[in-house]
Design a protein around this ligand. Structure first.
Ligand code: ADP
Ligand code: MG
Length: 687
């Protein structure tokens, strides 16, 4: 951080206050400027008592008519006030005898507080008050009084004092004049003064309107800064060196020859994009988006072979053990004919096995390692890591990406990164969240997939649904029954799954029914999944743990309970578990009637389309970007003022504006990032 920005330059800040400010995300002077008021109080004029309304904050000035102690349910000191337009009761529950004497009849006082409806008349309870004289009353506030988001032990008065000081500090307008002019934005200083200290008679409602030019300007600046931070990060990555994989591509050719299918056009295109990256001296940072079942794994394997043939190590990581194990099996099957034996790194290893595996990775003995994200984040040391493949990374924030990015470097060589996700990210969002990555899209499914017929049914038709499951299984098909209750609670979901499995076992004794949920031991879950995959089970009752990954071609029917409570993207992911083979597949969405409008719209979208991008765009409209990107979990884009949903229209201008800044005002670009993203970028090396 810039020294001039240190909070200690302000008066009134000691270590204790600094700590509290940090809780509010305030660590430098300019953070105070962007700590905007929650609301305003109007202390600029005296309100006639006759015009007061319950619930409003108001300044009144009146004469005391009488004061007495009331011994009601709670003892209190009450004074009757009158200003000629009406009367009002001042009530104090805690008071001294000095106060009682000072509130003498005939005295004139000015009060500020919230007006409440009392038993007989309007009341002010414990307002701020001061004695005044009729012809010599103190001046009123010139501006509306801001009320800030605060925290325990950090009071409004102090916050106001600090922010007032901060406003007197010089603040650079980092947006070039051309940008301001084009958008008709006010200068930064003007915008901040207005929002922190609006003049009397300001239209308060307008001040909170997100389209207010001052707010738009700040939101725009913030979004621009977020985008710039990723662009700068990318610029930094580009300057790093990576190993180049110049080889004859023999291994890739061998794999392609031995596959039982030909790559789709889209797979071939994406593969070429990756292969081109891998012969560059700068590290690849590529995100591959491809719908469920679009065939991302083979793309990963081809990239891996490119690194392996050049003598570099490869790490493949997946978010869950189940998924990692599926990759392990696939890679074993594909690569063993090429004399490559993948090593396994997951939580289920014994301590000894794990140590042995780590030793082999560190010595370079192991060329290809497959495991879970969590394990790679720990203590793995590579001897010569050339490529990191990160699967289903849609819930990873930039911080995690960075942590991994720095993890595998050897000397001054940095590994290439290939990131794969089945969650398509709408373009505008990708610009704020993934601007540091190149993107490839597999926009085609392998041939021979039959479309999935999706039907929404009220929960009341449960019996018919069970009958349908029985029929499908008797015809040799397999089915999933997905139980969901509350998205956040794996415990409740697991209980629901247990109960449903029990019920279905009773109703369908002829079927072999398995159960998989998040509270089972990983190993037991695995066993069940494997049995389902091997065709030893007809029906799998599960929670959303089967969301990603598992590839069972014979499964052609999926029931999803409480479908109305799940997000579109999640439903789409789940549904992607069926329709993987050539048999006609069905997805039945069970819901509790009546369906809300959003619920209807969601289930309707699923019935109409199977295109992940269309679904993601709809999801964005219905639920907002936090949900789509999983920011709730990861704090992916922590915005102070802008709102990705509300301010989407601003995103359109971001890219060009960022180009302009980077080309013509690189220092300002840096300063903008320092201003807005200071806490997000604490990776010493990045800047
Ligand atoms: P995802 O993109 O969801 O990770 P997978 O890589 O698991 O998809 O592929 C899904 C299935 O499709 C796998 O069984 C895979 O072997 C198969 N597959 C991949 N590419 C093709 C292709 N070009 N033609 C036919 N089947 C393919
Ligand atoms: Mg996959």
């Amino acid at each position: 951080m810039d020294k001039e920005q240190a909070l200690t330059h302000l008066t009134g800040i000691g270590p204790r206050i600094a700590q509290k400010l940090e809780k509010l995300g305030i660590v430098q002077i300019q953070d105070l400027l962007f700590h905007l008021p929650l609301r305003y109080q109007d202390r600029t004029k005296i309100k006639p008592i006759g015009q007061l309304q319950e619930g409003e904050d108001a300044v009144i000035e009146a004469e005391i008519e009488a004061t007495e102690i009331k011994n009601g349910r709670r003892r209190s000191l009450v004074s009757m006030l009158n200003d000629g337009t009406g009367s009002l009761m001042l009530r104090l529950f805690h008071f001294s005898s000095a106060q009682q004497q000072q509130l003498a009849p005939g005295e004139r006082i000015r009060c500020f507080g919230e007006v409440r409806q009392g038993f007989n008349c309007l009341e002010l309870i414990h307002p701020e008050y001061q004695h005044v004289h009729r012809h010599d009353s103190p001046p009123l506030a010139e501006n509306l009084t801001p009320i800030y988001p605060a925290t325990e032990g950090l009071h409004q008065n102090l916050l106001r004092k600090l922010i007032k000081q901060a406003l007197e500090y010089p603040v650079d307008d980092l947006l070039p004049a051309a940008l301001l002019h084009n958008a008709d934005y006010p200068k930064l200083e003007v915008a901040l003064q207005l929002l922190h200290t609006p003049p009397a008679n300001s239209d308060i409602e307008q001040l909170f309107n997100p389209n207010h030019p001052a707010r738009q300007r700040l939101a725009f600046e913030e979004l621009l800064a977020q985008h710039l931070s990723l662009r700068l990060l990318r610029g930094h990555t580009v300057q790093r060196r990576a190993p180049t994989f110049n080889n004859a591509g023999l291994m890739c050719q061998k794999l392609l020859n031995q596959l039982p299918f030909r790559l789709t056009q889209a797979q071939r295109r994406v593969n070429e994009e990756i292969q081109r990256d891998l012969v560059q001296v700068r590290p690849m940072q590529r995100l591959v988006q491809g719908d469920v079942g679009s065939g991302k794994t083979v793309i990963a394997a081809l990239a891996a072979l490119q690194a392996l043939e050049s003598g570099y190590q490869v790490a493949v990581m997946a978010p869950t053990e189940l998924l990692a194990e599926q990759h392990l099996r696939t890679f074993q099957q594909w690569l063993e004919p090429l004399q490559i034996e993948p090593a396994w790194l997951a939580g289920s290893l014994t301590k000894k096995q794990r140590e042995a595996a780590l030793a082999d990775i560190a010595s370079g003995e192991t060329a290809l390692t497959i495991g879970t994200h969590a394990l790679f984040q720990d203590s793995v040391e590579f001897s010569k890591l050339g490529l990191m493949i990160i699967d289903e990374q849609h819930r990873f924030g930039v911080h995690q990406r960075l942590a991994l990015r720095d993890k595998g470097s050897v000397g001054n060589l940095h590994p290439h990164q290939l990131i794969m996700t089945a969650t398509p990210i709408p373009r505008t969002l990708a610009m704020t969240a993934y601007a540091d990555l190149d993107t490839s899209i597999i926009d085609e499914l392998p041939p021979g997939r039959s479309p999935i017929t999706t039907v929404a049914m009220p929960e009341t038709r449960r019996e018919a649904v069970i009958e349908r499951v029985a029929q499908a299984c008797e015809q040799g098909r397999q089915a999933y029954w997905v139980c969901t209750l509350v998205e956040e609670s794996e415990t409740l979901d697991s209980q629901a799954a247990e109960a449903t499995a029990e019920q279905l076992r009773m109703l369908l004794p002829q079927l072999r029914i398995g159960l998989a949920h998040g509270r089972m031991k990983a190993k037991d879950k695995e066993t069940v999944m494997q049995a389902f995959k091997a065709g030893e089970l007809d029906l799998l009752v599960a929670t959303t743990v089967i969301e990603v990954g598992v590839d069972v071609q014979n499964a052609s029917l999926m029931i999803i309970e409480n479908a109305e409570r799940l997000g579109l993207a999640q439903l789409h992911q789940l549904r992607g578990r069926v329709g993987r083979g050539s048999v006609e597949s069905y997805c039945l969405l069970l819901y509790h009637p009546p369906l809300s409008r959003t619920g209807q719209s969601r289930l309707g979208t699923l019935r109409e389309t199977q295109d992940g991008f269309v679904i993601a765009q709809r999801d964005l409209e219905l639920r907002g970007p936090g949900e789509v990107l999983g920011t709730r979990q990861t704090g992916l884009v922590a915005l102070k003022i802008a709102d990705l949903q509300r301010d989407q229209h601003l995103l359109e201008k971001i890219q060009d504006s960022a180009d302009l800044l980077l080309q013509q005002h690189p220092q300002r670009a840096q300063a903008l990032v320092q201003r807005w993203v200071n806490q997000g970028m604490t990776y010493g090396e990045v800047y």
